[in-house]
Design a protein around this ligand. Structure first.
Ligand SMILES: Nc1nc2c(c(=O)[nH]1)N[C@H]1C(S)=C(S)[C@@H](COP(=O)(O)OP(=O)(O)OC[C@H]3O[C@@H](n4cnc5c(N)ncnc54)[C@H](O)[C@@H]3O)O[C@H]1N2
Ligand code: MOO
Length: 413
């Protein structure tokens, strides 16, 4: 008989249901601004991007060699060399039958030619070039509009501008781009026990690690962060911080104080000054996660346990911020792998255990736990490269069973 999970409780909200409910309650900001490309990295496109031009704008060579008419390549006495086309300095004349032009990679294809042969396959002497093999029509030519055609939709609104997108925007000649304004996010840690790294710890105190980790993730997502620091476990202080932050932010993110202890005020204050969307989910880690609103400001109360805070940020806050920002979120990479060791689990909560996945000698994917699965052990989290998605009703995973997992390496955290 399965041992009952000590922390499973009836009435916890299933993850998928809560997430869908949350996303349904969030409204996307509408404000957009025109920014120079130099400032557009990591911003969200507010508009569809259509190309103002063909890219490339002209047919050009993919090789250093000779431009010719393909059918002329077999001419025994070779072709007359009549000029050179450099990138940025096209050959301006017209090439007639029996003639060719020296051409460099990226140089415009001269009028009258249709193909390029790389110089390694040519012999050039006394202003004549002979070709050692037949030339296929159009070979080594990058045709106009081969990359992007004028008027073509290149990117949809909602795309996050990464370095690759930025380079494409530049290739279209765009100097500026319409993006949504950054989200304004207020961040705070609650807890009498918290000190900033560098401060001396009194007995019973610990360092606030959640805030710097959450700041780093929010930074990577391009949010404008207001750091409210550490707020003591005092309902009045928490209340005034929430009210102040709600007036000028799109979202408030807190960590700690969402459970049921005597010093846990976050959820109670949220109920008082705002509205709770939900509290307590059938997930592990992160059960006491609280979502709601204060006025128009979205509220995300993350549990204090560091692993719970990071995992619920990824599972819930990340998609919520995408909805607020109008970002089309690219789905995570979900894979199946074989458990190379058992993963302890009891039915009751969907469990996002931290794992290390790697390709095995036989080519299959195998996964092992990334150290302790305690939600207080963050060092194991730092070693993980994946999150297992173990269904709510599933029990212990035995060695050899297949599990679903999500890659987390290389993301924003
Ligand atoms: N009777 C019950 N107790 C608890 C339950 C429950 O259902 N019934 N749930 C447990 C679960 S699950 C979690 S998760 C935690 C969440 O608690 P809180 O959100 O109220 O967080 P705190 O109690 O304030 O802190 C928990 C833990 O994390 C440390 N912490 C807090 N903030 C930070 C920070 N910024 N950086 C680093 N570490 C932090 C804190 O010192 C505590 O050790 O509740 C369980 N209890
Ligand atoms: O939900 Mo808590 O995060 O299990 O420790």
């Amino acid at each position: 008989m399965a041992i009952q999970d000590c922390c499973s409780q009836p009435g916890l909200r299933p993850f998928a249901d809560a997430k869908a409910d949350m996303l349904g309650q969030l409204e996307t900001i509408t404000a957009a601004e025109l920014v120079p490309l130099e400032q557009a990295l990591n911003r969200i496109l507010a508009d569809t991007v259509t190309s103002p031009m063909d890219v490339p704008a002209f047919a050009n060579s993919a090789m250093d060699g000779y431009a010719l008419r393909a059918e002329d390549a077999s001419t025994e006495q070779g072709l007359e060399l009549i000029g050179t086309s450099f990138a940025g300095h096209p050959f301006t004349g017209r090439v007639e039958a029996g003639q060719c032009v020296r051409i460099m990679t990226g140089a415009a294809l001269p009028l009258g030619t249709d193909s390029v042969e790389m110089q390694e396959n040519c012999v050039s002497a006394n202003n004549r070039v002979t070709f050692q093999q037949p030339v296929r029509q159009g070979q080594h030519v990058r045709q106009a509009a081969e990359d992007v055609a004028q008027g073509e939709t290149v990117f949809q609104a909602g795309m996050r501008i990464n370095a690759r997108v930025l380079a494409v925007l530049a290739s279209l000649g765009l100097e500026q781009v319409y993006v949504r304004r950054p989200l304004r996010v207020a961040l705070l840690s609650t807890g009498d026990e918290l000190k900033r790294p560098g401060e001396l710890l009194a007995p019973g105190e610990i360092y606030d690690s959640n805030r710097i980790g959450l700041t780093a993730m929010l930074d990577r997502l391009g949010a404008e962060i207001t750091d409210y620091g550490i707020i003591a476990d005092d309902a009045a202080l928490i209340r005034s911080a929430f009210i102040k932050a709600a007036a000028s932010h799109d979202a408030i993110i807190t960590s700690g104080g969402v459970s049921v202890g005597d010093a846990d005020h976050t959820k109670t204050v949220l109920e008082e000054v705002g509205r709770i969307g939900f509290w307590k989910l059938a997930i592990k880690p992160g059960k006491p996660f609280a979502f709601g609103h204060i006025e128009q400001c979205a509220f995300f109360g993350l549990p204090g346990n560091p692993v719970s805070a990071a995992v619920t940020f990824h599972l819930l806050v990340r998609p919520a911020l995408a909805k607020l920002a109008g970002e089309q979120l690219t789905p995570g990479v979900i894979l199946q792998a074989t458990a190379l060791m058992p993963f302890k689990k009891t039915p009751g909560r969907m469990d996002f255990q931290r794992g290390q996945v790697a390709r095995q000698a036989d080519g299959s994917l195998g996964v092992v736990p990334a150290g302790s699965q305690s939600s207080a052990v963050f060092s194991a989290m730092a070693e993980a490269n994946c999150l297992l998605h173990l269904e709510q009703d599933r029990g212990q995973v035995e060695k050899g069973e297949t599990v679903t997992l999500e890659l987390i390496d290389g993301l924003y955290w």
